[in-house]
Design a binder for this molecule. Structure first.
Ligand code: GLC
Ligand code: CA
Length: 552
């Protein structure tokens, strides 16, 4: 355990930057980002001002799901480097006062994990009970996996199936087996002993399955039904999550960020309250506003900015009632925020700053996904062959199966593909953006000769925002302050205050495409941040489309 982590709630003061290692920086020019690449860029991150790095999975993996399919929890994948590279990264980051958190994927493993190989090889091995195998000639039920198709995969040459909530090469661990849980806890503690600052915890609401394994009415033409109803945040999960915390995290002063889709606001205090399972959780209610569910991209919604604003408000109020938020607008599973939240003709650096300021000062720990600080946009691909991500490929074919044309299917996938945010980080305008000298594993976005880290005003603005939150006279109010939403504003404007002791700060963002006149509760005394050129002062102001201001 590192000794710099002093207070119990130290993570409330952090700004966390998410690195997708395959696409951040390639140090040995094989086209794939790696640990030494991250180390080379520590100074960039230090100058940006972030304090903690979350690195997506770097463990030994066949990379079916880019590392979310782990074959060895305690090995580093050779694509990314070695354990020595990791130790050096941890050490050099520490010298710069940057903490590192890793991705903890414990709902499932890869089918290449030694436990699963032993389970398959020998029916009588104890490892059979490490996973969920069911005997029978037929599939046990009609549940659809998150990445499409049945959750059940047949065991070769046996009348037996195993369960996978994600891809068939990601078999689910059997959390009902106490021995499995103990193995996981020991592994977690060994990583924490190494001095990492905590974990982002993957798909953790899936660890408890309804033990009746019964079918439900189909919800698609494939005759299947989303497994979420029977495998996500199910009764009994509290026993596992409490035990997980007691046996591991609680013994360390570490941060835990749960990826917790499917948790209703009424349940937030179980997850993030005083005795909650985690320090904070990601809330997807507003991130997934454009689709009915994060896994069916052809079920698009006609969302309005008013609805978006209301979802943000509900989310923040629920987080404040229960505990602390993990605020984000992008990650490796989401499209770029500028493409998703901003109408096409306004997708420019000013709007990138506007939506940035809107979420960055919400109450909680802000997360920045690599490239978000550059104002990056989605990639536009013209053929399904250009996609790498398994869920993009599944969604494409499932859309066609549901009756959409190839063009419509491609449109859905272009809008939602996880490959949108997984493109290589453009460091400069040279070939392959300074990411590598070798052709990268995934094509760069079209905008990269123009948008990169040198001379980028969005990047400058992110530095300003971070400095304001971390090091200015507003540090206390922006970290500790209560959040309150102002309702007397136009419907497309989201306005909130942060208040602490005698300090009160206002943040206003116009989320719409028209200019909006706002009558402020008081005249602007001091303007700290503004995203657009137009002058705002006094008590009656006009906000340009997607403009944000922060003032007192
Ligand atoms: C989480 C990850 C995602 C991954 C899935 C399965 O949702 O964020 O990238 O595919 O879990 O591990
Ligand atoms: Ca490399």
């Amino acid at each position: 355990m590192t000794n710099t982590l002093i207070t119990k709630d130290w993570w409330k003061d952090e700004v966390i930057y998410q690195v997708y290692p395959k696409s951040f920086k390639d140090s040995n020019n094989d086209g794939i980002g790696d640990l030494n690449g991250i180390r080379e860029k520590l100074l960039y991150l230090k100058e940006l001002g972030i304090t903690t790095l979350w690195i997506c999975p770097i463990f030994t993996s066949p990379m079916i799901d880019n590392g979310y399919d782990i074959a060895d929890f305690e090995g580093i994948d050779p694509q990314f480097g070695t354990m020595e590279d990791f130790d050096r990264l941890l050490l050099e980051a520490k010298k710069l006062d940057i903490k590192i958190i890793l991705d903890l994927v414990i709902n499932h493993t890869s089918d290449e994990h030694i436990w699963f190989k032993k389970a398959l090889a020998d029916k009588n091995s104890k490892y059979r009970d490490y996973y969920i195998f069911k005997e029978g000639k037929e599939k046990p039920n009609n549940w659809r996996s998150i990445f499409g198709g049945s959750v059940w995969e047949k065991v070769p040459e046996e009348d037996c199936y195993y369960l996978h909530v994600f891809d068939k090469r990601q078999p689910d661990l059997n959390w009902e087996n106490p021995e499995v849980r103990q193995e996981l806890y020991q592994m977690i503690n060994r990583w924490l002993d190494k001095g990492i600052a905590g974990f982002r915890i993957d798909s953790i609401t899936f660890v408890k399955k309804d033990q009746d394994y019964s079918s439900l009415p189909a919800d698609g033409v494939d005759g299947l039904v989303s497994c979420k109803h029977k495998t996500r945040n199910r009764p009994g999960i509290e026993v596992f999550l409490n035990e997980l915390k007691k046996e591991t995290f609680e013994k360390y002063n570490c941060v835990t960020v749960g990826e917790a889709p499917g948790v209703a606001y009424e349940e937030f205090s179980d997850f993030i309250g005083e005795d909650g399972y985690f320090s904070m959780i990601f809330d997807f209610h507003y991130a997934d506003i454009d689709v009915e569910s994060g896994s069916d991209w052809f079920k698009r919604t006609n969302w309005t900015t008013k609805e978006f604003k209301e979802l943000v408000i509900q989310s923040q109020e629920a987080l404040q009632n229960a505990g602390w938020g993990a605020n984000f607008i992008e990650n490796h599973d989401q499209p770029r925020a500028l493409s998703k939240l901003v109408k096409e003709e306004f997708q420019n650096s000013e709007a990138a700053k506007g939506i940035g300021a809107m979420y960055f000062f919400l109450r909680g720990t802000p997360f920045i996904y690599q490239g978000q600080e550059l104002g990056m946009l989605n990639a536009q691909r013209t053929d399904i062959k250009q996609f790498d991500d398994i869920s993009s490929i599944d969604n494409y074919y499932r859309s066609i199966q549901e009756g959409f044309s190839e063009k419509e299917a491609l449109d859905f996938v272009n809008m939602r593909s996880r490959d949108n945010s997984r493109t290589p980080m453009p460091w400069d305008s040279s070939q392959y953006g300074g990411f590598s000298t070798h052709q990268p594993w995934l094509e760069m976005t079209k905008e990269y000769p123009d948008i990169h880290t040198t001379d980028n005003s969005v990047l400058g603005f992110y530095k300003e925002m971070i400095a304001l939150r971390q090091h200015s006279e507003l540090h206390e109010v922006l970290t500790k302050g209560a959040i309150d939403f102002i309702s007397e504003v136009p419907e497309n404007v989201i306005a909130y205050t942060r208040e602490w002791k005698n300090e009160k700060i206002y943040v206003l963002t116009n989320l719409g495409v028209n200019k909006e006149k706002v009558n402020l509760p008081k005249a602007i005394e001091k303007l700290y941040l503004v995203t657009h050129d137009n002058v705002v002062s006094g008590q009656e102001i006009t906000l340009a489309p997607y403009q944000s201001i922060l003032f007192k």
